[in-house]
Design a protein. Structure first.
Length: 101
């Protein structure tokens, strides 16, 4: 299962962690993993282009993003990603779980 945890403080996203595998199909054919990976890599690339105080860690089977920025654009990016991940969760609850810390 893919586990997504996020933290919000004072109405601002401060962290996001995505870990695990959906295991909805064999390796290389798992469309849920591919979807989440695409969302997260696009998000990380977009954040990387900004000159903001954001820490991104990519490990094997785990991505952690810590936001120390007060940028409204960063918050908009987080909101967009959360909508996308929650939309996947609505259809595939057996394979992805999104929860607030």
């Amino acid at each position: 299962m893919i586990k997504v945890t996020y933290e919000v403080k004072d109405d601002s996203y401060t962290s996001l962690t995505v870990s695990g595998h959906a295991k909805s199909d064999e390796y290389g054919k798992d469309l849920i993993c591919a979807s989440v990976s695409s969302i997260m890599f696009g998000f990380m690339n977009a954040l990387d282009m900004l000159d903001e105080d954001i820490e991104i860690k990519q490990l094997t089977n785990k991505i952690t993003i810590n936001n120390h920025s007060s940028s409204e654009m960063v918050q908009d990016y987080f909101e967009l990603v959360m909508v996308q991940l929650k939309t996947i969760e609505e259809s595939y609850r057996d394979f992805i779980k999104v929860e607030r810390k």
